[in-house]
Design a binder for this molecule. Structure first.
Ligand SMILES: Cc1cc2nc3c(=O)[nH]c(=O)nc-3n(C[C@H](O)[C@H](O)[C@H](O)COP(=O)(O)OP(=O)(O)OC[C@H]3O[C@@H](n4cnc5c(N)ncnc54)[C@H](O)[C@@H]3O)c2cc1C
Ligand code: SF4
Length: 346
C-alpha cells in the first residue's frame, strides 16, 4: 500500500501554499488519470492536493472570448451554450474523448495535464525514458501503432492523448497559472514540450505551479469549425489522428483565415502552422487543401507500425477543410454566415 497525504484546497492560493513548490506533490482533479497511475505505481506522490474546489465557472467575456475555471468538468464545458455556439470544435473535441462517466469527473486542468497512453510507460517491466530517464525506450522497436510521427526524438516517441487540447491549440487558448512566484499566462501551444532528450519533462510548468483557468480568445470565424477523430474503436479510444479546424472563406472563394491543429501525432497537440501559412489567401480548393497537408506532413517520420498515420493525417485535414468549405456555401445559401454548427446548443 502506497502512503500519501491528502488535503483539499478551497482556493488557488491555498492550493499553491499546500503544494509548496515540491516536485513530489500532485494536484488532484477528477483523478481519472492520476489515480490510475498511482494504482500502477507509475506515479508515487507523497502528497495530493485536491483542487476540485477551484472555480468551475464558465464565463463569457465582453470581447466574445470564454474563461473556463480549472475545475470545470469536461461535460460542463462541452454542454455550455456559448462554447457550442462560438467554438463548436471545442465541444466536439471534448465529446470525442473518453466516456460520459469519465467526462463527468474529469476537469479542464486535469485534461491538459494528463499523461501519455504509451503502453510501455504504463508497464513498469518495460524500458521507458519518460518513467526512468536514461532507461531506454521499448516503443522504438516495439508495437508503436499509436506513437508519434512529428517532433519525436530517439529518446521518446509518445503522443499527448488529449482531444480537448487539440481544439485549444487551434484556438490559441491561454492558460492561467499561479505559483509562489505569482501569476502568469502561457499560450497552450507553449505549455507542452516536445520530448527532446528529456521526455520526463512534459510541460513548462514549474513544480507546484497550478492551472487556475483557461481562456479562449474571441475568434469570429471559429463558429465555422469542427473536430474529427480517427481511432481504432468508435468510442472509448484515443486518437490515431485527429484534426481541429476552423475556416473563413471569402465570397470570392479564397481563404481569409484558418486554424488547424492535429492530435495523436506528437508529444504535444500539434499546431499545423505550415499548413495554415499555405492556406491563407489561397483559393479554397481541394488541391490547395492537399498541398497544405503535404507541407505540414513533409517532415513526418513513420515507425514500423505507424507510418500509415502520415497519409491518414493528410486525408483527415483535407476532409475537415472540405466539410467547412461546404458548410460555408450551405450557410450562405441559407442566408446565414456560418455552417450551422453554431446552432447545436439551441
Ligand atoms: C478509459 C479512459 C479513456 C479515456 N479516453 C480519452 C480520450 O479518448 N480522449 C481524451 O482526451 N482523454 C481521454 N481520457 C483521459 C481523460 O480525459 C483524463 O483522464 C482526464 O481529462 C483527466 O482529468 P482529471 O481531472 O481526472 O485529472 P487527474 O487525473 O486528477 O490529473 C491529471 C494530471 O493533471 C494534474 N492536475 C490536475 N489539476 C491540475 C491543476 N489545476 N493544475 C495543474 N495540474 C493539475 C494532476 O496533478 C495530474 O498530473 C480517458 C481516460 C480513461 C480513464
Ligand atoms: S515512447 Fe516515451 S513513454 Fe513510450 S516507452 Fe518510449 S520513452 Fe516511454
Amino acid at each position: 500500500m502506497m502512503q500519501f497525504q491528502y488535503s483539499r484546497a478551497s482556493d488557488s492560493a491555498e492550493a499553491v501554499s499546500l503544494a509548496g513548490g515540491r516536485p513530489e506533490v500532485r494536484f488532484l482533479g477528477g483523478g481519472t488519470n492520476l489515480v490510475d497511475l498511482m494504482r500502477e505505481t507509475i506515479e508515487n506522490p507523497s502528497s495530493l492536493v485536491d483542487v476540485t474546489g477551484l472555480s468551475q465557472q464558465i464565463l463569457t467575456l465582453q470581447d466574445g472570448g470564454i474563461l473556463i475555471g480549472a475545475a470545470a468538468k469536461n461535460t460542463a464545458v462541452a454542454a455550455d451554450w456559448n462554447v457550442r455556439a462560438r467554438f463548436p470544435m471545442l465541444a466536439r473535441a471534448i465529446l470525442n474523448g473518453a466516456s460520459g462517466q469519465i467526462r463527468n469527473m474529469a476537469t479542464v486542468a486535469g485534461n491538459i495535464m494528463q499523461r501519455t497512453r504509451c503502453y510501455y510507460f504504463y508497464d513498469d517491466a518495460s524500458h521507458c525514458n519518460k518513467r526512468a530517464p536514461g532507461d531506454g525506450c521499448d516503443a522504438l522497436e516495439g508495437f508503436n501503432r499509436i506513437h508519434a510521427i512529428l517532433g519525436a526524438s530517439p529518446a521518446c516517441v509518445a503522443t499527448h492523448p488529449s482531444d480537448m487540447c487539440v481544439a485549444l491549440a487551434a484556438l490559441d487558448a491561454v492558460v492561467h497559472l499561479e505559483s509562489a512566484n505569482g501569476r502568469r499566462v502561457l499560450n497552450i501551444n507553449e505549455l507542452h514540450r516536445l520530448p527532446g532528450d528529456a521526455p520526463h519533462i512534459e510541460t513548462e510548468l514549474a513544480p507546484g505551479e497550478l492551472i487556475t483557468a483557461v481562456e479562449i480568445p474571441a475568434c469570429s470565424f471559429a463558429v465555422n469549425s469542427t473536430y474529427r477523430k480517427v481511432r481504432d474503436r468508435a468510442s472509448y479510444a484515443f486518437a490515431l489522428v485527429s484534426v481541429a479546424a476552423a475556416l473563413e472563406v471569402s465570397d470570392e472563394g479564397s481563404i481569409r483565415d484558418v486554424r488547424l491543429a492535429l492530435g495523436g501525432v506528437a508529444h504535444k497537440p500539434w499546431r499545423a502552422r505550415k499548413a495554415e501559412a499555405a492556406l491563407r489567401g489561397a483559393p479554397a480548393t481541394e488541391a490547395v487543401f492537399l498541398a497544405a497537408a503535404d507541407a505540414e506532413l513533409k517532415d513526418a517520420r513513420g515507425l514500423r507500425h505507424n507510418a500509415f498515420k502520415i497519409e491518414l493525417a493528410k486525408r483527415v485535414i483535407v476532409a475537415c477543410l472540405g466539410e467547412l468549405r461546404r458548410s460555408k456555401v450551405q450557410g450562405d445559401a441559407n442566408g446565414h454566415g456560418s455552417n450551422g454548427h453554431g446552432r447545436e446548443g439551441t
